[in-house]
Design a protein around this ligand. Structure first.
Ligand SMILES: C[S@@+](CC[C@H](N)C(=O)[O-])C[C@H]1O[C@@H](n2cnc3c(N)ncnc32)[C@H](O)[C@@H]1O
Length: 217
């Protein structure tokens, strides 16, 4: 059995990549980052440029760890919203990390409920590979749609690191995760100023900006 199947729980027909075992996943995430979860997710928030007053959307938020850090960064005056198709994840996120400016809703990356141009920042970590193809490009276009012009995106996913024990542990479950396709998808969706990098222990990220005016293709 693959590691990923441990977390799946009850299969969800409308979202085959949804993770049902929220508490187990949250504990695993704390362990697999080997004391670096706070630093790694904090770095993602820094990369997003989230500032007090901003509205942040965390797509595929899981138990809401990144969402809660983003909520802190945008306080006072801002808020962070996490969305995920898994009810157990949303319930755990609300219970453990919900606050006055940090909320969680059921939702899928491929069909975001948010209105056009309603967020300053979109973040997403370790979630894109859970979206079934061909929905991944649609998901990135949805992130573009809900960002205001000038808004920023940081999308991070697993990048194999054979040296790290977490990398070896997670590697087998994550082999269908072509991170090299993320930056092209982000460009195709219309984003500009696309840059990428690695974030130890095993994240690859792409960040970009929704241009003030749409570039003619
Ligand atoms: C590996 S977890 C990552 C959770 C969290 N972002 C983190 O970094 O710990 C992947 C998450 O993506 C969610 N997911 C699955 N299918 C999705 C979809 N179509 N749209 C958005 N999220 C999805 C899963 O339910 C799960 O919570």
């Amino acid at each position: 059995m693959e590691l990923g199947h441990l977390f799946t729980g009850e299969p969800q027909a409308d979202a085959p990549g949804a993770i049902g075992r929220a508490r187990l996943y949250d504990t695993f995430s704390a362990v697999v980052f080997a004391g670096r979860r706070r630093r790694t997710f904090g770095a993602l928030v820094d990369l997003s440029g989230a500032q007090p007053g901003d509205r942040v959307l965390d797509v595929g938020c899981g138990p809401g760890y990144l969402t809660a850090l983003a909520a802190r960064a945008v306080s006072p005056g801002g808020e962070a919203v996490g969305i995920d198709p898994s009810a157990p994840m949303i319930n755990r996120a609300r219970r453990v990390r919900g606050s006055a400016n940090c909320s969680f809703e059921l939702g899928k990356a491929e069909a975001l409920a948010a209105p056009d141009e309603s967020f300053d920042v979109v973040v997403s970590s370790l979630a894109l590979h859970h979206v079934p193809e061909p929905g991944r490009a649609t998901a990135v276009r949805e992130m573009f749609r809900v960002l205001r012009p000038g808004g920023r995106i940081v999308l991070a996913d697993y990048h194999p690191s054979h040296g790290h024990f977490g990398g070896r542990l997670v590697g087998a479950a994550m082999r269908h995760n072509p991170v090299e396709r993320i930056a092209p998808m982000i460009r195709d969706a219309g984003f500009a100023a696309v840059t990428d990098g690695d974030l130890p222990p095993f994240l690859y990220y792409v960040r970009a900006i929704r241009p003030e005016t749409r570039v003619q293709q």
